[in-house]
Write a protein that binds this ligand. Structure first.
Ligand code: HEM
Length: 444
């Protein structure tokens, strides 16, 4: 099919909106790695060449800022000026302040909490049950992020996060409605449910800030770290900036990690042979005691499963940048204001980099065949200065959660069961992931 013909007024936007993954796939069908597109009056270059992705995200990163997609009223309302969306000196300063919370020693101290909460989740599971495991894992990662970063429990108001996140994701998709887009993504038109969810989140976060400011306690978590941070003039962060950072970390951290785990469960249920290998590894390395941070180097197959799951179903499926000044990308000259989009969905399924690309084969991460990959053939966490701050945290959490789950359970699905990816802010599983649980010990 190739790149569809742009409409006079809207360009390629309707195709992208209608079926983003199918559209991206069609764009590179004839082998092009740089595909010029137009969304309304914006020139957009689809960049599918790993070397050029590296140029944009790393060596020329100073020539770019994030695309308009990060500056819509929806994104501003949700993330404000947090790490994901801020730019320039504010971003540099905030990244420096938040970084220590993600250092190795610090995240090591989160391991026990992760395993404890994962075990709590398993107490609600019974052999033979069919469950939406994505919903369960979302609740787990929410609990983990709220506890590790803010030393708090998830309040009842946002405990039903499955529901809340549905509202956020739906609102995200709505903002790309053609008329909204044309009206310049006007503020103030968010749905009532979205606004209600946001108010509940804000109430919770501002409550935490108020409480911590009052009691002056240093809980050794990210919240305390950000509260005590001072810039060169001795000034601390105001409540709004703190709120933006905390909401950003919470939202960016829980949905992505949950997806990495739940897509893994789906792929394992579809591939029982891989599931058996995983259980063997866990039995041999951890046995029946709770998994710990020190086990991570031995959990190599578990780690390979996460990597392979994020290859086929990357939680972050697209990254966008906007040129701040003229930049040459191969034969294409990006002018100021032009955008570049780079898609993990496309690159991770590229047979030039991954032989047998559509097959779930975790061993490719252990047999040396991926060691010669170009750097940006696989980039689930982005790259360059704006690389994901939580990548080590997420990998640790995902590995420990999988190890804890497979000590007790394995998964089955109906023959032919499939789940459609739904590319929202992150790559969701449309309708959830419904699997049948089976106690590992029942396997005989
Ligand atoms: C499997 C899990 C995760 C995936 C796949 C993922 C993916 C990404 C990607 C691709 C980016 C770069 C976006 C861009 O360049 O435009 C990013 C940025 C970010 N991620 Fe993650 N992420 C994950 C987990 C986490 C966790 C656990 C946290 C925090 C607790 C987190 C917090 C952030 C933040 C704050 C940024 C913005 C960083 C900056 O611009 O300085 N992420 N993530």
């Amino acid at each position: 099919m190739g790149v569809p013909k742009p409409s006079f007024f809207l360009g390629h936007l309707p195709y992208f909106r209608e079926n983003p993954l199918g559209f991206l796939e069609a764009c590179i069908e004839d082998g092009a790695d740089l595909v010029p597109l137009r969304f309304l009056n914006r020139r957009v270059l689809l960049v599918n060449d790993p070397q050029q992705i590296e140029t944009i995200l790393t060596s020329q990163s100073k020539n770019f800022r994030k695309t308009i997609g990060y500056r819509t009223p929806f994104m501003r309302r949700l993330f404000g000026q947090g790490l994901l969306t801020s730019e320039g000196p504010l971003w540099t300063q905030q990244r420096r302040l938040a970084q220590p919370a993600f250092h190795r020693e610090r995240i090591a101290s989160y391991a026990d909490i992760i395993v404890r909460f994962a075990k709590d989740m398993l107490t609600t599971w019974q052999s033979g049950q069919q469950r939406d495991v994505h919903d369960d894992v979302m609740k787990l990662t929410t609990r983990v992020v709220v506890k590790t970063l803010f030393n708090a429990e998830v309040p009842p108001a946002i405990a039903q996060l499955g529901d809340a996140s549905e509202a956020v994701l739906t609102e995200f998709t709505r903002q790309y409605g053609i008329w909204r887009f044309i009206r310049g993504l006007l503020p103030g038109s968010g749905s009532g449910r979205f606004e209600q969810v946001l108010q509940e989140i804000d109430q919770f976060i501002y409550g935490l800030i108020r409480e911590r400011r009052q009691n002056g306690e240093n809980a050794g978590d990210l919240l305390s770290m950000l509260l005590s941070a001072r810039d060169e003039t001795g000034q601390g962060m105001n409540d709004q900036q703190l709120r933006d950072e905390l909401v950003t970390l919470m939202v960016a951290g829980l949905d992505t990690t949950a997806l990495a785990v739940s897509w893994s469960l789906f792929l394992l249920a579809k591939n029982p042979g891989e599931q058996t290998k995983l259980i063997d590894e866990i039995r041999q390395t951890v046995g029946s005691r709770p998994p710990a941070f020190a086990d991570l180097p031995q959990l190599r197959y578990t780690d390979a499963i996460l990597k392979e799951s994020m290859r086929l179903f990357p939680p972050a499926w697209i990254i966008g940048r906007e040129a701040l000044s003229e930049t040459q990308i191969g034969p294409h000259r990006l002018r100021k204001g032009d955008s570049a989009i780079m898609s993990q969905w496309l690159k991770h399924r590229d047979p030039r980099h991954f032989p047998d690309a559509m097959t779930f084969r975790p061993s490719r991460w252990l047999d040396g065949s991926t060691s010669t990959l170009p750097k940006f053939a696989y980039f689930p966490f982005g790259g360059g200065p704006r690389v994901c701050i939580g990548s080590n945290f997420a990998t640790m959490e995902g590995t420990l959660v999988l190890a804890t789950i497979f000590q007790a359970f394995e998964f089955e699905c109906e023959p032919g069961y499939d789940v459609q990816p739904w590319p929202s802010i992150t790559l969701q599983a449309r309708g959830g992931i419904h699997l049948r649980l089976k106690k590992s010990s029942d396997l005989g």
